[in-house]
Design a protein around this ligand. Sequence first.
Ligand code: FAD
Length: 511
Amino acid sequence: MAVVGAGMAGMTAAHELLRLGLRPVVHEVERIGGRMRSTPFPRHPSSVAEMGAMRFPVSSRALFHYIDTLRLATRPFPNPLAPGTPTTVVDLAGRTQWARDADDLPPVLQEVSTAWEKSLQERTELSVMRGAIQDRDTRTLKSVWNRLVTEYDDMSFWGFLASSPAFRSFRHREIFGQVGFGSGGWDTDFPNSMLEILRVVFTEADGNHVLIEGGAEQLPRGLWHRSPEDLVHWPAGTSLASLHGGTPRPGVRALRRSGSGIEVTDASGAVHPYAAVVFTPHVWTLLNRIDCDPSLLSTDEWLAVERTHYMGSSKLFVLTDRPFWRDTDPRTGRETMGMTLTDRSARGVYLFDEGPDRPGVMCLSYTWNDDSLKFATLSQRERLDVVLARLADIYPGVDIRSHIIDGPIGVTWESEPHFMGAFRANLPGQYRYQRRLFTQFAQDRADAAHGGLFLCGDDVSWTPGFAEGAVTTALNAVWGVLHRLGGRTHAANPGPGDVFDGLAPVALPYD
Ligand SMILES: Cc1cc2nc3c(=O)[nH]c(=O)nc-3n(C[C@H](O)[C@H](O)[C@H](O)COP(=O)(O)OP(=O)(O)OC[C@H]3O[C@@H](n4cnc5c(N)ncnc54)[C@H](O)[C@@H]3O)c2cc1C
């Protein structure tokens, strides 16, 4: 069968299908890795910039299964106020404050943090949900979550804050949006459904992050090259790479129904018949870049595809001669720079160093949605000028430019031709559409006329913007393919479709 897309979902699905003894044929339009894109600096290729995924919550158990399988080295990610981050600088409304840990923060930031905890505890049963996840108590989890889905699908993140007594003050809401929780400011998420935020919070995806040393792209690439030790149906040493002669097949241009299977036309014009197709790219590509037979999905599923909402995101990186930001500034006695959160256009500055004598990587700007659009039409050089000018206000006298030895390099995901957005994020009222896409793998319960195409990946996941969901939805799709081809799971180890009735996401009424 075909696997369209060689990102994390595609590589997970293909790897598991190979282990099952099937022959997955991977089609990729660009390069292996997808949004796990670690771009080498042009003149210093041993240093990479993480254009997509860069920090992985240790609670991502399915993702870590593969990180551990490949024995990839990780280390703490330099998030704001994280234990491994020497200094965090918060620049709001023209005032710059330095902090080593949360206790160092000025009182108003501590008030905001307390208001967030209080709102979650009072309105969302945070402790019960986290406890149930820890204990794998699916009964409690579902009974609380089903109620929260009904209550919050229609509410935006902003609406939740504005209706929380602890956030009565507009100023507190504003500061919360700028500084946020866990990994930084979240105000560009304010229009999104509150359910999206609750999923992040409940699964503890908002903190305790690690990075993958040498780049996140090693994960999908590692699965491509890995030969599983437990192969039963393939000769020892078989890998996805060896089955493909080293390179995935070209990208997909058309998907047509053909008998009980699906015909794939690739970019070279070649037509390949497959019994099933696992599809991982952004689902919007099914609306324009790929010529699709309408019967591949039901009318309701097509509507859900149309309604998919993406966040935009831009990133800008440079390489410096060394991690100069750790130098003590003789004027202040502090480090020269810190991980920076600002309400100005750079928004988030992340600093990565691998020792005093090695080049340092600066993510000079990480933005989402409107903040990303502010950069979208600028060249990388223009972006650099803008960001350095903003940072000069925060760090007067610090000559960042004199340390730059490579770059700038960057990305705007919403203008990448094969992506069209950074990651999905539901708006209020979109739960029902999301449910259609997430449950699409359980085709044994659906109209057989639409079977054979299995959607998975970030668009289908309940935790978009986190690679964990790309992995888990890929595993759902693998179950779907297995089932379609007449296979079954072991009775002692049921798959997602086998336990669907007990665990499926609650269906909300339509009329
Ligand atoms: C800016 C940004 C920051 C992120 N930060 C984090 C983070 O810190 N932590 C985290 O866990 N996650 C993060 N994510 C999310 C994470 O990157 C994704 O969840 C994950 O990489 C998605 O994998 P995927 O396989 O579903 O999709 P993709 O990686 O997008 O893979 C789809 C593949 O399909 C290919 N394709 C497209 N069209 C075609 C076609 N017609 N034919 C063949 N192939 C095609 C694409 O080239 C791509 O390789 C971030 C994402 C972005 C964009």
